[in-house]
Design a protein around this ligand. Structure first.
Ligand code: BTN
Length: 251
Protein backbone atom coordinates (compact mmCIF):
# COMPACT_ATOMS: atom_id res chain seq x y z
CA UNK A 1 0.00 0.00 0.00
CA UNK A 2 0.84 3.67 -0.19
CA UNK A 3 2.40 5.35 2.80
CA UNK A 4 -0.12 6.64 5.30
CA UNK A 5 -1.26 10.18 4.52
CA UNK A 6 -3.99 10.74 7.07
CA UNK A 7 -3.15 11.32 10.71
CA UNK A 8 -5.01 12.56 13.76
CA UNK A 9 -3.26 15.96 13.55
CA UNK A 10 -4.79 16.65 10.14
CA UNK A 11 -8.31 17.10 11.51
CA UNK A 12 -9.91 20.34 12.64
CA UNK A 13 -13.26 20.73 14.37
CA UNK A 14 -15.74 23.56 14.28
CA UNK A 15 -18.85 23.46 16.48
CA UNK A 16 -21.90 25.26 15.08
CA UNK A 17 -25.26 26.00 16.63
CA UNK A 18 -28.01 25.71 14.04
CA UNK A 19 -27.50 24.88 10.36
CA UNK A 20 -29.67 23.56 7.58
CA UNK A 21 -27.51 20.46 7.19
CA UNK A 22 -23.90 19.91 8.23
CA UNK A 23 -23.31 18.20 4.87
CA UNK A 24 -24.53 21.31 3.02
CA UNK A 25 -22.34 23.46 5.27
CA UNK A 26 -19.34 21.22 4.54
CA UNK A 27 -19.81 21.71 0.78
CA UNK A 28 -20.04 25.47 1.29
CA UNK A 29 -16.64 25.34 3.04
CA UNK A 30 -15.22 23.30 0.17
CA UNK A 31 -16.44 25.86 -2.36
CA UNK A 32 -14.86 28.60 -0.24
CA UNK A 33 -11.51 26.82 -0.59
CA UNK A 34 -11.27 24.65 2.52
CA UNK A 35 -8.68 21.92 2.05
CA UNK A 36 -10.62 19.22 3.91
CA UNK A 37 -10.20 17.20 7.10
CA UNK A 38 -12.72 19.62 8.59
CA UNK A 39 -15.30 18.29 11.05
CA UNK A 40 -18.46 20.30 11.49
CA UNK A 41 -20.90 19.55 14.30
CA UNK A 42 -24.22 21.26 14.92
CA UNK A 43 -26.59 21.40 17.87
CA UNK A 44 -29.53 21.08 15.55
CA UNK A 45 -30.37 21.01 11.83
CA UNK A 46 -33.35 22.61 10.16
CA UNK A 47 -33.00 20.59 6.94
CA UNK A 48 -31.28 17.38 8.01
CA UNK A 49 -31.06 14.83 5.20
CA UNK A 50 -31.21 11.05 5.36
CA UNK A 51 -30.49 8.45 2.72
CA UNK A 52 -32.70 8.09 -0.33
CA UNK A 53 -34.10 11.61 -0.09
CA UNK A 54 -35.61 11.12 3.35
CA UNK A 55 -35.49 13.87 5.99
CA UNK A 56 -33.41 13.34 9.16
CA UNK A 57 -35.18 14.71 12.23
CA UNK A 58 -32.55 16.87 13.95
CA UNK A 59 -33.67 18.22 17.33
CA UNK A 60 -31.23 19.37 19.99
CA UNK A 61 -29.60 16.64 22.08
CA UNK A 62 -28.38 14.33 19.32
CA UNK A 63 -25.16 14.53 17.34
CA UNK A 64 -25.16 15.94 13.81
CA UNK A 65 -21.71 15.90 12.25
CA UNK A 66 -20.01 15.98 8.89
CA UNK A 67 -16.44 15.35 7.93
CA UNK A 68 -15.28 17.15 4.78
CA UNK A 69 -12.63 15.41 2.70
CA UNK A 70 -11.20 16.72 -0.56
CA UNK A 71 -10.02 14.21 -3.18
CA UNK A 72 -9.61 11.59 -0.47
CA UNK A 73 -8.67 8.62 -2.64
CA UNK A 74 -8.74 7.12 -6.12
CA UNK A 75 -12.32 6.41 -7.24
CA UNK A 76 -11.91 2.64 -7.04
CA UNK A 77 -11.03 2.93 -3.35
CA UNK A 78 -14.04 5.10 -2.51
CA UNK A 79 -16.50 2.20 -2.63
CA UNK A 80 -15.12 0.87 0.64
CA UNK A 81 -15.37 4.23 2.43
CA UNK A 82 -18.96 3.69 3.68
CA UNK A 83 -17.82 0.44 5.29
CA UNK A 84 -14.83 2.14 6.93
CA UNK A 85 -17.06 4.88 8.33
CA UNK A 86 -19.56 2.32 9.65
CA UNK A 87 -16.75 0.41 11.37
CA UNK A 88 -15.59 3.63 13.08
CA UNK A 89 -19.10 4.67 14.18
CA UNK A 90 -19.73 1.14 15.42
CA UNK A 91 -16.55 1.26 17.52
CA UNK A 92 -17.55 4.63 19.00
CA UNK A 93 -21.03 3.36 19.94
CA UNK A 94 -19.62 0.13 21.37
CA UNK A 95 -17.18 2.12 23.50
CA UNK A 96 -19.98 3.83 25.44
CA UNK A 97 -22.19 0.74 25.88
CA UNK A 98 -22.15 -1.28 29.11
CA UNK A 99 -20.90 -4.88 28.78
CA UNK A 100 -24.40 -6.08 29.64
CA UNK A 101 -25.94 -3.99 26.87
CA UNK A 102 -27.74 -5.19 23.78
CA UNK A 103 -25.57 -6.15 20.80
CA UNK A 104 -24.18 -3.31 18.67
CA UNK A 105 -24.21 -4.27 15.01
CA UNK A 106 -23.93 -2.77 11.54
CA UNK A 107 -26.84 -3.06 9.13
CA UNK A 108 -25.79 -3.01 5.50
CA UNK A 109 -24.40 -0.77 4.28
CA UNK A 110 -23.75 1.50 7.23
CA UNK A 111 -26.47 1.91 9.82
CA UNK A 112 -25.41 1.21 13.39
CA UNK A 113 -28.01 -0.75 15.37
CA UNK A 114 -28.33 -1.49 19.06
CA UNK A 115 -30.53 -4.50 19.72
CA UNK A 116 -31.57 -4.36 16.06
CA UNK A 117 -32.84 -0.80 16.37
CA UNK A 118 -31.24 2.02 14.44
CA UNK A 119 -29.21 4.47 16.47
CA UNK A 120 -27.04 6.03 13.78
CA UNK A 121 -27.20 6.85 10.11
CA UNK A 122 -24.50 7.86 7.66
CA UNK A 123 -24.98 9.92 4.51
CA UNK A 124 -22.07 10.23 2.10
CA UNK A 125 -22.41 12.90 -0.54
CA UNK A 126 -19.98 14.10 -3.19
CA UNK A 127 -19.79 17.37 -5.06
CA UNK A 128 -17.32 18.62 -7.64
CA UNK A 129 -15.96 22.02 -6.57
CA UNK A 130 -13.58 24.50 -8.20
CA UNK A 131 -10.48 23.21 -10.04
CA UNK A 132 -12.14 19.83 -10.51
CA UNK A 133 -11.60 18.95 -6.88
CA UNK A 134 -14.01 16.37 -5.47
CA UNK A 135 -15.49 17.29 -2.12
CA UNK A 136 -16.87 14.47 -0.03
CA UNK A 137 -19.13 15.07 2.95
CA UNK A 138 -19.38 12.17 5.38
CA UNK A 139 -22.50 13.00 7.38
CA UNK A 140 -23.07 11.09 10.60
CA UNK A 141 -26.13 11.38 12.82
CA UNK A 142 -26.32 9.65 16.21
CA UNK A 143 -29.45 9.36 18.35
CA UNK A 144 -28.07 10.29 21.75
CA UNK A 145 -30.73 11.97 23.91
CA UNK A 146 -33.77 11.06 21.86
CA UNK A 147 -35.05 9.16 18.88
CA UNK A 148 -37.46 10.25 16.19
CA UNK A 149 -40.92 8.79 15.93
CA UNK A 150 -40.65 6.55 12.89
CA UNK A 151 -42.68 3.71 11.51
CA UNK A 152 -40.34 2.78 8.65
CA UNK A 153 -37.89 0.89 10.90
CA UNK A 154 -37.29 0.44 14.66
CA UNK A 155 -35.20 3.19 16.26
CA UNK A 156 -33.42 3.70 19.55
CA UNK A 157 -31.12 6.20 21.22
CA UNK A 158 -28.19 5.92 23.60
CA UNK A 159 -30.45 7.36 26.33
CA UNK A 160 -32.98 4.57 25.63
CA UNK A 161 -30.16 2.12 26.19
CA UNK A 162 -29.36 3.61 29.58
CA UNK A 163 -26.21 5.34 28.35
CA UNK A 164 -25.71 8.87 29.56
CA UNK A 165 -23.25 10.66 27.33
CA UNK A 166 -23.43 14.16 25.89
CA UNK A 167 -23.16 14.91 22.17
CA UNK A 168 -19.71 16.56 22.65
CA UNK A 169 -18.44 13.59 24.68
CA UNK A 170 -19.66 11.18 22.04
CA UNK A 171 -18.15 13.31 19.29
CA UNK A 172 -14.72 13.10 20.94
CA UNK A 173 -14.89 9.30 20.65
CA UNK A 174 -16.18 9.42 17.10
CA UNK A 175 -13.39 11.83 16.13
CA UNK A 176 -10.71 9.49 17.50
CA UNK A 177 -12.19 6.31 15.97
CA UNK A 178 -12.65 7.97 12.58
CA UNK A 179 -9.08 9.27 12.51
CA UNK A 180 -7.75 5.81 13.29
CA UNK A 181 -9.95 3.92 10.83
CA UNK A 182 -9.46 6.47 8.03
CA UNK A 183 -5.67 6.38 8.41
CA UNK A 184 -5.87 2.61 8.14
CA UNK A 185 -8.28 2.75 5.19
CA UNK A 186 -6.00 5.24 3.48
CA UNK A 187 -3.14 2.74 3.44
CA UNK A 188 -5.07 0.77 0.82
CA UNK A 189 -4.10 -2.60 2.23
CA UNK A 190 -6.19 -1.74 5.29
CA UNK A 191 -9.34 -2.20 3.24
CA UNK A 192 -9.35 -6.00 3.47
CA UNK A 193 -9.09 -5.71 7.25
CA UNK A 194 -11.93 -3.17 7.34
CA UNK A 195 -14.15 -5.55 5.35
CA UNK A 196 -13.25 -8.33 7.82
CA UNK A 197 -14.12 -6.08 10.77
CA UNK A 198 -17.39 -5.08 9.10
CA UNK A 199 -18.35 -8.74 8.59
CA UNK A 200 -17.61 -9.61 12.22
CA UNK A 201 -20.23 -7.15 13.49
CA UNK A 202 -22.71 -7.38 10.63
CA UNK A 203 -26.37 -7.89 11.50
CA UNK A 204 -28.34 -10.73 9.96
CA UNK A 205 -25.81 -12.70 7.91
CA UNK A 206 -27.41 -16.07 7.12
CA UNK A 207 -30.91 -14.73 7.69
CA UNK A 208 -33.76 -14.07 5.32
CA UNK A 209 -33.90 -10.40 4.30
CA UNK A 210 -35.87 -8.24 1.94
CA UNK A 211 -34.11 -5.51 0.00
CA UNK A 212 -36.13 -2.59 -1.30
CA UNK A 213 -34.76 -1.34 -4.61
CA UNK A 214 -36.14 1.80 -6.26
CA UNK A 215 -38.46 -0.22 -8.49
CA UNK A 216 -39.08 -3.50 -6.62
CA UNK A 217 -38.38 -5.63 -3.54
CA UNK A 218 -36.34 -8.82 -3.54
CA UNK A 219 -35.95 -11.44 -0.83
CA UNK A 220 -33.29 -14.03 -0.13
CA UNK A 221 -30.69 -15.12 2.38
CA UNK A 222 -28.16 -12.41 3.27
CA UNK A 223 -24.91 -14.23 2.58
CA UNK A 224 -22.57 -11.32 3.33
CA UNK A 225 -20.65 -8.71 1.36
CA UNK A 226 -17.93 -9.00 -1.24
CA UNK A 227 -14.56 -7.24 -0.96
CA UNK A 228 -16.04 -4.04 -2.35
CA UNK A 229 -18.96 -3.93 0.06
CA UNK A 230 -21.60 -5.18 -2.40
CA UNK A 231 -24.42 -7.07 -0.67
CA UNK A 232 -24.74 -10.72 -1.69
CA UNK A 233 -28.24 -12.14 -1.69
CA UNK A 234 -28.69 -15.89 -2.02
CA UNK A 235 -31.78 -16.45 -4.15
CA UNK A 236 -31.63 -20.26 -4.02
CA UNK A 237 -32.10 -21.75 -7.47
CA UNK A 238 -31.82 -18.25 -8.98
CA UNK A 239 -28.25 -17.96 -7.70
CA UNK A 240 -26.44 -15.18 -5.86
CA UNK A 241 -27.54 -11.66 -6.64
CA UNK A 242 -25.27 -8.64 -6.07
CA UNK A 243 -26.94 -5.51 -4.71
CA UNK A 244 -25.08 -2.18 -4.79
CA UNK A 245 -27.73 0.02 -3.14
CA UNK A 246 -31.02 -0.56 -1.37
CA UNK A 247 -32.82 -0.69 1.98
CA UNK A 248 -32.58 -3.89 3.96
CA UNK A 249 -35.39 -5.27 6.11
CA UNK A 250 -34.94 -8.36 8.26
CA UNK A 251 -37.29 -11.30 8.00
C1 BTN B 1 -29.64 7.81 7.02
O1 BTN B 1 -30.68 8.02 6.37
O2 BTN B 1 -29.49 6.78 7.67
C2 BTN B 1 -28.51 8.82 6.99
C3 BTN B 1 -28.69 9.90 8.01
C4 BTN B 1 -27.56 10.91 8.04
C5 BTN B 1 -27.82 12.05 8.98
C6 BTN B 1 -26.62 12.96 9.14
S1 BTN B 1 -26.83 14.13 10.44
C7 BTN B 1 -25.41 15.00 9.92
C8 BTN B 1 -25.44 15.00 8.40
N1 BTN B 1 -26.21 16.12 7.89
C9 BTN B 1 -27.32 15.73 7.26
O3 BTN B 1 -28.15 16.49 6.75
N2 BTN B 1 -27.39 14.38 7.26
C10 BTN B 1 -26.26 13.79 7.92
Amino acid sequence: GRPRRISLDDFRHEALDEVSSTNTEAFARARAGDSGFLWLTAERQTGGRGRRGRPWVSERGNLYSSLLLIDPAPTEQLGSLPLAVAVAVHAAVLSVMPASGEPVEIKWPNDVLIGRKKTSGILLEAERVTDGRMALAIGIGINIAHRPDLTLYPVTSLADQGVSVSAPEFFARLFAEMAEVLAFWDEGRGIAEIVRRWRRVACGIGEKITVNLPDRSISGIFSGIDDKGILLLDRGPDGIMSVAAGDVFFG
